[in-house]
Design a protein around this ligand. Structure first.
Ligand code: NDP
Length: 674
């Protein structure tokens, strides 16, 4: 096999290795696989991102960016096989590669879908509700988010070269921010192959992505207030980089995922023989061996009730003994190699530190499959430790051996278990195996503050449980303290890391102009036609219909009650209704008000309104008594194009009585023809 020459991608051009060249070796047998070295004009790269990539991305709406992400995910998905092939040399088995490659592509799909469903077809995101700041509503406030105008520098870890790149790129690009990706050297050939596909797809605008195969040189010294660094790796590197004077001076955003001593707790109720015990043992084994334990979320500390400690050690050891360690290309292999010999050295050193406080209870010296190159390949056996004094110990709570290494410790009661879990001083995830909701609540209260994610599994979560170690694009990945204090993903929250939240204060008209969403109190448009006669493109935000009036009679209320079967006393029994502090006497049903409102504003003939598909934020503000009169204001509030045939219209509906007092308000959603 020829040695791959890993190129950087700078200012739209591929750049061959230069400067200090590093050789990268196969994790399986130590063959040189690739070489890299970056001598790049980082100032030009930043300039290219800021002046070419950023403006091009910001010219696209969230929906247009989401569509590109979806197309990109499809493009990569069709080319996965080539990536699997390269992934074996990182020591990863096929299931490991699926976490990395399919997991990464899946993350892009989720962000594409969330971008279309949860973000507007616009470039401004509204964060939270309108705040009325005065009595009349003449001055209002609204938080909005707009794209940062700088560049995101992504510094990734070696363990997930594809997922690590894509889980950062998807929210960044959705936010409209260009990125410079710097993969970890150890597995950079896989990251470069995936990155090359992204460029070759031609789907992203020029300048949206760049790639550094090698050292970042003075890149970080050149960042400013509009830039973001998103880092995954060791705490030592994170601390070094976040202390960069330029980053400090400019308050450049710095998001870090770093070491994490993740714990799992076997619930006090989960004795041997319960389904929870079995699920727990299976999960611990999987976490120790998947990616050969090189997962930032892997279980490092195993907390079990004192009575069950020996049973746990025995059950985990039994499973570990059946785990075939070897060449990841061989089908029988269940655990591959670490990413490099350097990592193996590091894992063995860290395991020795843990061993100074705990007994090793599992660790087969020669447990490798036949034919394994134990000298040049970065293979290690899983190592299980047991610590007899977890309270007095320090290293088992602070040293992360980034491999198949984990320590069992006994707890006295749940308070002790959560106190031990919290000794990790902030971690990405902790899991709990329990069938007792009270145990679950107590853990959340005692340990939530120390963990970015809490994972509860039991007999009911079954096959749908996603696994202790799987960060999901929908949910936050990150953790306090030792874990870096950062957050990634978490759905649209992850996009906001690359946008600026701004509190906008203005009149309703100005705010409606800024957001292109009708705001109560803004000028309305009384069109010639009924708004239901207008096609999606013709309908303007603010287009309003003021309806005729309709009186509500006692007969209406009784008829509605009999017809629907809703004969609740407030509508049917004058005396009982009067005794209720909310009602002056018998009142109209809320649903009757809604129905009459529709009767007032609907234009019945076939036309561009295809469907009514729901109401949001419905409130009944004042009771409607027999004899009251209703009138409706229907205003086009927001429009979202869905496809070439139709788009969604959100209508503001205000129902008032004869005194002009609002009795009901809601948002109506319709699909309108193009
Ligand atoms: P490092 O912190 O050494 O590297 C992480 C990334 O930072 C790599 O891309 C690396 O590039 C880059 N980097 C290193 N030094 C600099 C620098 N001075 N300027 C700019 N970039 C730099 O971590 P490793 O990947 O080597 O992993 C080491 C340990 O980190 C693991 O053993 C584990 O304990 C922990 N880790 C934690 C993870 C988590 O999310 N919790 C994930 C992965 C690792 P290069 O490779 O070229 O040096």
């Amino acid at each position: 096999m020829t040695v791959l020459s890993l190129n950087s991608f700078a200012a739209g051009k591929w750049v061959a290795p230069a400067g200090t060249i590093t050789s990268l070796k196969s994790a399986i047998d130590g063959r040189v696989i690739a070489e890299l070295g970056a001598r790049l004009d980082f100032a030009a790269m930043i300039e290219h991102a800021r002046t070419v990539g950023g403006p091009a991305l910001r010219a696209l709406t969230f929906h247009e960016r989401a569509a590109k992400l979806k197309a990109l995910a499809q493009y990569l998905n069709e080319r996965r096989d080539a990536l699997y092939e390269l992934s074996y040399e990182t020591g990863a088995t096929k299931p490991d590669s699926m976490i990395d490659i399919d997991g990464g592509i899946g993350t892009v799909f989720v962000f594409a879908s969330k971008g279309r469903r949860e973000l507007p077809d616009d470039v401004i995101y509204l964060d939270g509700n309108l705040e009325q700041l005065g009595k009349t509503g003449a001055f209002v406030g609204q938080h909005v988010a707009t794209s940062l105008q700088g560049v995101a520098v992504h510094i990734n870890a070696f363990n997930f070269p594809v997922w690590g790149m894509l889980e950062k790129l998807a929210p960044t690009l959705l936010a409209g921010v260009p990125a410079i990706v710097k993969p970890a050297s150890a597995t950079a050939w896989l990251a470069e192959a995936a990155f090359r596909m992204i460029v070759e797809s031609g789907l992203l605008p020029d300048g949206a992505v760049q790639f550094v195969a090698g050292s970042t040189g003075d890149l970080l010294d050149r960042l400013g207030s509009q830039d973001v660094v998103s880092f995954t790796g060791s705490a030592a590197t994170a601390n070094l980089l976040r202390a960069n004077p330029t980053i400090l001076e400019n308050a450049t955003r710095f998001i870090a995922e770093q070491d994490s001593l993740n714990a799992t707790i076997l619930g006090p109720d989960a004795a041997p023989g319960t389904p929870e015990f079995d699920i727990f043992v299976k999960e611990v084994h999987r976490e120790m061996t998947a990616k050969a334990g090189q997962k930032c979320t892997a279980i490092r500390r195993i907390l079990v009730p004192a009575d069950h400690r020996e049973a746990v050690i025995e059950a985990i050891s039994e499973r570990l003994a059946k785990t075939v360690i070897g060449d990841p290309r061989v089908e029988a292999t269940r655990m591959g190699a670490l990413a490099s010999l350097a990592q193996r050295r590091d894992v063995l050193e860290k395991a020795a530190l843990i061993g100074s406080e705990a007994r090793q209870v599992y660790g087969a010296e020669n447990g490798f499959a036949e034919g394994v190159d134990a000298e040049n390949g970065a293979f290690v056996s899983p190592m299980l430790f047991a610590c007899d004094d977890p309270d007095g110990a320090d290293k088992i709570h602070s040293v992360e051996a980034f491999g198949p290494v984990s320590t069992v410790m006994a707890y006295r009661d749940l308070d002790h278990a959560t106190a031990l879990a919290n000794r990790g001083a902030g971690s990405l995830v902790a899991s709990v195996f329990t069938h007792d909701p009270e145990v679950a609540r107590r853990v959340v209260l005692a340990s939530g503050a120390f963990h970015g994610r809490l994972y509860f599994a039991n007999r009911d979560t079954g096959r749908e449980a996603t696994g202790h170690g799987s960060p999901l694009p929908h949910l936050v990945h990150g953790g306090p303290g030792r874990a870096g204090g950062g957050e990634e993903m978490g759905g649209i929250r992850g996009v906001m890391h690359y946008m600026q939240r701004t509190a906008v204060q203005a009149s309703p008209d100005l705010l409606a102009g800024i957001t292109r969403i009708y705001v109560k109190g803004a000028t309305t448009i009384a069109g010639q036609k009924h708004p239901f006669r207008l096609r999606f493109p013709e309908l303007e935000i603010g287009h309003t219909l003021e309806t005729a009036e309709r009186q509500v009679t006692l007969e209406d209320i009784e008829h509605f009650a009999e017809f629907t079967g809703d004969t609740f006393y407030a509508h049917m029994d004058e005396e009982a209704a009067k005794a209720n502090p909310f009602f002056p006497g018998r009142v109209a049903h809320g649903y009757l008000i809604l129905s009459f409102a529709a009767g007032l504003f609907v234009d019945p003939a076939p036309g561009p309104v295809l469907a009514n598909y729901g109401l949001d934020n419905l409130r009944f503000m004042k009771p409607v008594s027999p004899g009251d009169t209703l009138k409706v204001q229907l205003t086009a509030k927001a429009k979202t194009r869905r496809n070439a045939e139709y788009g969604e219209v959100r209508w503001d509906v205000t129902v008032v009585n004869q005194d002009g007092e609002q009795v009901a308000g809601y948002e109506l959603l319709t699909m309108n023809q193009m």
